[in-house]
Write a protein that binds this ligand. Structure first.
Ligand SMILES: [Ca+2]
Ligand SMILES: [Ca+2]
Ligand SMILES: [Ca+2]
Ligand SMILES: [Ca+2]
Length: 468
């Protein structure tokens, strides 16, 4: 491995942007609630394919969450009201299919944001195609540091940088770098964990590995599973803060398609990890002690039906039980199925019979669990699959849509950006961003903001198309 080196770096900051800000009330096409729409136009190019994505963080450190948007060659930050904070022209690492191009994969933002130098203000952290990692001040847009970390032999460059806490400080003082093998079917097997301060000073990594088994199409996801305030690293293998493999999926055929973390079993200490197999087509739930359950939706021939995508959440009104909703493989006429927390299938339906009029027969994609109503139970939000299409919010257990937004969505992201702890629906269509907010009365206005949960923050930064 080569020694780290540093150099000066000057981002170009574009002039003021053209913006259109609309804030209005309208009724969703299903007329189920009042929805406000904030709309503005990007001053960076529109996405032309699946490269680049969205991220919510307080970029300018004014106490309000902002939106980061990346496309090849550019990224930009806007306030939740559509005010431009910064635009940058730089070859950040974003891309499409990770198994051929490397990480971060379809819709991966290739950006991270947090206070990495403990000056009380957030920095933007990202990798560029030439192998450098950059740190910018989010508010002043000024360059703070750049470094070219040594790259593992089988990789072409570091492809994904994630802010982490491996020391249990409660802050963002660590970083995880991930890369795929450069030859053959590329998966994110290489990891390097650093104290950020060490990395920027050219000091060695806390640990490295070439044995991480990542999901096939997305990077690692970080979460504190056991409550020791230190991040675990999630894939088909789960590593702890010290780089030790603590648990792994039980044998399966093929690869893992998605990974999520949730407290599926509150009686069992810590969070559980939900993994979706493609090949042997089961859903696995792991705890730090090992397998909790592994189940498939068996067809008439006894063959498991592929879960393909999932949404995990409290989907049953009046209950806090966590359910695992699976979309099903079908290219058309999707038939979602739902497991309860014990691994029993409790719901199945044909999406075609329930979806809104005009919605594609190809079903849904980019499926996020969403705290939309403010009630205890959650919903799912998704876009029309395989098309720049509409966005909807639906009840996962029944498939009933409660909102239908007419869109030509290139990207969909769900996060609390407007300040009410409930989550908004954020859509990028060409150069147009629309933030949909539920203006119906919030039944639980005094809930803590979701961002106070460190795991919410981590999962909202470590995401792509396959594991939103
Ligand atoms: Ca802000
Ligand atoms: Ca800072
Ligand atoms: Ca932990
Ligand atoms: Ca648990």
């Amino acid at each position: 491995m080569n020694k780290s080196r540093s150099r000066l770096f000057s981002p170009r900051v574009s002039s003021a942007t053209q913006q259109l800000l609309i804030s209005c009330f309208l009724l969703g096409s299903l007329q189920s609630s009042e929805v406000s729409k904030t709309r503005f136009t990007l001053s960076i190019p529109a996405p032309t394919d699946s490269a680049g994505g969205l991220l919510v963080a307080d970029v300018d450190s004014d106490g309000h969450q902002d939106l980061l948007i990346s496309v090849p060659g550019h990224f930009a930050a806007y306030s939740s009201k559509g005010k431009e904070i910064a635009t940058f022209k730089t070859n950040l690492v974003v891309g499409g299919q990770s198994e051929s191009q490397g990480l971060p994969g379809h819709n991966g933002p290739g950006l991270a944001c947090g206070d990495v130098d403990l000056d009380g203000k957030n920095e933007i952290v990202y990798l560029t195609l030439d192998g450098w990692l950059h740190v910018l001040d989010g508010k002043s847009k000024k360059w703070k540091a750049s470094v070219k970390p040594p790259v593992p032999q089988g990789a072409s460059r570091w492809e994904l940088a994630m802010l982490a806490d491996f020391q249990g400080t409660g802050k963002d003082q660590d970083i995880l770098l991930q890369a795929t093998n450069k030859k053959g079917y590329r998966t994110g097997r290489y990891l390097a964990a650093y104290k950020i301060k060490d990395l920027l000073n050219g000091a060695p990594a806390l640990w490295t590995t070439d044995r991480f088994v990542s999901c096939a199409h997305n990077g690692a996801r970080l979460v504190d599973l056991d409550g020791d305030h230190k991040d675990e690293i999630l894939g088909s293998t789960i590593f702890n803060w010290a780089g030790k493999k603590v648990v792994e999926a039980v044998p399966y055929r093929g690869h893992m398609d998605s990974v999520f973390a949730a407290d599926v079993l509150p009686g069992k200490k810590g969070l559980e990890v939900i993994l979706l197999e493609e090949g042997s087509n089961h859903v696995q739930i792991l705890s730090l002690d090992g397998l909790v359950w592994r189940k498939a939706n068996q067809g008439a021939q006894g063959r498991g039906r592929e879960p393909q995508n999932a949404a995990i959440g409290r989907f049953l009104p009046g209950s806090t039980e966590v359910f695992v909703w699976c979309r099903s493989r079908n290219q058309k006429h999707q038939t979602p199925f739902v497991f309860n927390s014990k691994g029993q299938i409790t719901h199945r339906y044909e999406l075609d019979k329930i979806k809104p009029k005009g919605w594609t027969d190809s079903g849904v994609e980019v499926i996020h669990t969403i705290d939309w109503t403010g009630k205890e139970n959650q919903l799912a939000c998704a876009k029309e699959r395989h098309t720049e299409g509409d966005v909807g919010i639906f009840e996962p257990l029944t498939g009933k849509f409660v909102e239908h937004f007419k869109e030509k969505a290139d990207r969909l992201y769900v996060a609390d950006i407007q300040g009410d702890w409930r989550e908004e629906v954020i859509v990028l269509s060409g150069k147009t961003v629309t933030i949909y907010q539920n203006k119906a009365p919030n039944p639980r206005p005094h809930q803590p903001r979701l961002w106070e949960n460190r795991n919410y923050r981590r999962l909202k930064q470590c995401h792509n198309y396959y594991s939103p």
